[in-house]
Design a protein. Structure first.
Length: 350
């Protein structure tokens, strides 16, 4: 009995040690691998379609990757370039008249009345609100400029990560099915529990990517085009803001186009305000109400608040890929707890 216990402890020690060392080995490549997994999930239907006409798995994988690279280097890269340029120009815009434009808006009777109401209610010193707004915008612009400068200096690292992602993607398409089967075989659960875990994982990935990311991209695209046609500065940046805001429960994309509509009305640009309100109501926000229920359906059983915080926490921990990894980690955690809960209930019943 003592020998068995010593054997178990030794095995557990080596398992933890080797697991930690394996994590350290793969840690530099976790981000490109994670992106490769996400892209594999998004483009797997296309890969299956190619496999119907191409006999060799490697060739089908290569064709799919060429399509992905074309999409990423084409429209995606162009939009990224526009956003980078707009962020870079934002501090200059604020210094060359943007702040004066904001000050003029603040001085309008409607906004002045609201500010005076806030000042009298909370006993805030006169001019403190305007000063805070101007200082915050200046600070925000400088931070954005610093971020862009650091991003340009890391261009080599970004290029290497892109290459690693493509390599990982090729082998995920080529050998992914067999690899997933091996992982399932190693899981210490019953077949029913494994299927439940796989189903839960798949549901969260599909609902997050197709129901979240896809809808966010469509909303951001429509919003950016609308802002461009209305002559609003930095349309690509506003489109990105709409895409990010679409993940916020209850508020969604309205949190961006709604205040902008009010801002246009305050400035006296009534026609532009009406057009943005109509597009925002009947196109941008309506997409969220139509597409998400159709795509997600009843797939994810997680509360909306839990998904919201898992997305924000995932972005904080993993970066942009945390949009998917955050909810995925929480979903798998809940699934494993559910498995152990059923095991405990089974033991008690016995």
């Amino acid at each position: 009995m003592a020998a068995n216990k010593f054997y178990f402890i030794t095995l557990l020690f080596f398992l933890i040690l080797l697991g930690y060392l394996s994590y350290q080995i793969f840690r530099p490549f976790l981000s490109p691998i994670a992106w490769a997994v996400v892209l594999a999930i998004v483009f797997y239907p296309f890969f299956n379609l190619i496999k119907k006409y191409v006999r060799w798995q490697s060739l089908a994988s290569l064709i799919t990757i060429i399509v992905i690279i074309f999409i990423m280097i084409g429209p995606f890269s162009y939009v990224s370039f526009l956003i980078a340029m707009e962020i870079k120009d934002l501090p200059r815009y604020l210094q060359e008249g943007g702040l004066e434009d904001i000050k003029r808006t603040v001085e309008t009777p409607l906004v002045r009345g609201i500010i005076e109401k806030i000042i009298s209610t909370f006993n805030i010193p006169e001019g403190e609100i305007e000063k805070s707004i101007v200082e915050s915008l200046n600070h925000f612009g400088k931070r954005l400029l610093d971020s862009i400068s650091k991003g340009i200096s890391n261009i080599l690292a970004i290029g290497l990560n892109f290459v690693f992602m493509i390599i990982a993607l090729f082998f995920i398409f080529k050998d992914g099915g067999a690899f997933l089967t091996k992982i399932k075989d190693y899981l210490p659960f019953t077949e029913d529990q494994k299927n439940r875990l796989v189903s839960q994982t798949k549901d969260v990935v599909v609902s997050t990517i197709y129901g979240g990311v896809a809808v966010a991209i469509v909303q951001g695209t429509i919003g950016g085009i609308t802002f461009f046609l209305l002559g609003i500065s930095s349309p690509a940046l506003w489109g990105l803001a709409i895409s990010i805001a679409s993940f916020i429960p209850l508020i969604g994309a309205f949190g961006v186009w709604g205040p902008m509509t009010i801002y246009l009305f305050i400035k006296g640009e009534i026609l532009q305000g009406i057009i943005l309100a109509l597009v925002g109501t009947f196109f941008i926000s309506l997409i969220d109400n139509i597409l998400k229920p159709l795509i997600i359906g009843g797939r994810t059983k997680m509360p909306v608040l839990l998904i919201f915080f898992s997305v924000l926490g995932g972005i904080q921990l993993f970066g942009l890929i945390g949009l998917i990894l955050g909810p995925l980690v929480i979903a798998i955690f809940i699934s494993v707890i559910d498995i152990f809960r059923h095991l405990e209930e089974g033991g008690n019943n016995a």
